[in-house]
Design a protein around this ligand. Sequence first.
Ligand SMILES: Nc1ncnc2c1ncn2[C@@H]1O[C@H](COP(=O)(O)OP(=O)(O)OP(=O)(O)O)[C@@H](O)[C@H]1O
Length: 275
Amino acid sequence: MSESDGLQKGGGKVDLTPAQLAATPAEHQRRAGNALIRADDITAGYLPGIDILSECNFYLDDGEIVGIIGPNGAGKSTLLKALFGLIPIRNGSVRLRDTDITSAKAHTLVQAGVGYVPQTQNVFPALTIEENLEMGIYLRPKKFAERFDVVADLFPLLSERRKVKAGSLSGGERQMVAMGRALMMEPSVLLLDEPSAGLSPMFQDQVFIRCKAINATGVSIILVEQNARRCLQICDRGYVLDQGRNAYTDTGERLRNDPKIIELYLGTLAGSSEK
Ligand SMILES: Nc1ncnc2c1ncn2[C@@H]1O[C@H](COP(=O)(O)OP(=O)(O)OP(=O)(O)O)[C@@H](O)[C@H]1O
């Protein structure tokens, strides 16, 4: 199907923008290929009978930063949780390269090279920074010193303040501990849930700069963000979710400059939209 063909919806012909076309299931199948992580047609939710994600498609290629943006309640964090096996998937599948990881347990995924940083409660406040990082690599304690050096290169604060309790840190510092802890296991892919949420503009900037730096070390990143503009600036590709469905997908740059996306999602992310 060419971009100008449009789709038949309810008997009428609907012209799709390139970013809408790319978000169709057929295009997903065509493009996802041998992705590092891919989710095909996943339907998932928290409560019986209530689907939050409906037939969602997603893929991440090696070396990419892929952003997930959309209005409040669109299901962005839910998609990340579904990828990391934290909520039951009712239909569809998630694959890590050739392995089916649909609803796999977190420790299995961590061992397979997937790191996940939740939005909140992502550090042990009573433990020091160093102890938090030890928790991140409890499956391979002998590698602690080696990995600590690598992670401290990315986040010097973690080394400088290693004996400080995480509970006494600012929100931005805690976020660095949480990201550092997830990196201890040398993941090939990092799932970040709204890492800039609630941070001062300076720390928000730091988060995005660190995401690029982490990515430059070879870690692929899935980034759920409420700061959509900033997210699209650093990501290779982005997905716009709306009401639990794929609405648009394209390169970060094209989404950021797409008048429809600007109108619907970048002006204000306050509410969900009708399209
Ligand atoms: N633990 C839960 N139990 C039941 N429903 C939930 C739970 N967590 C989220 N939801 C619901 O799922 C929907 C999607 O939430 P989600 O957090 O994925 O949205 P989001 O796109 O990440 O939004 P935000 O940017 O506001 O965090 C919302 O309607 C929310 O109320």
